[in-house]
Ligand binder design. Structure first.
Ligand code: GSH
Length: 87
């Protein structure tokens, strides 16, 4: 993935294996050919803590977006994540 000034500085997907919404989001990421770091909240407690502290709730999938401006956004809802990544 090529980054430009208008694109996010970095992104990470908070997820876990048995979650169907996560599977759908991971599949879309693969189909879009994007390389996004995946943070499994069941495998690493730190990821779960970061998600709850940063995003405000323990719901997955959630895409953590670090914008070029420095602002951090926590995007919940598989549909919204896929829409965001598709644009
Ligand atoms: N509408 C949401 C549903 C996401 C959802 O229900 N995720 C479940 C896991 S499959 C979850 O995080 N539940 C809260 C919890 O496990 O504490 C979406 O499409 O992303």
């Amino acid at each position: 993935m090529t980054l430009s000034a208008t694109q996010p500085k970095s992104m990470a997907l908070y997820h876990f294996d048995g979650c169907p919404y996560c599977a759908m989001t991971r599949k879309a990421i693969g189909q879009l050919g994007l390389e996004i770091e995946q943070r499994n909240i069941q495998q690493q407690a730190q990821h779960k803590n970061d998600l709850v502290q940063g995003g405000g709730k323990k719901q997955v999938p959630c895409l953590r977006i670090e914008h070029a401006s420095g602002e951090t956004q926590w995007l919940y809802e598989s549909g919204d994540i896929i829409n965001f990544l598709s644009n």
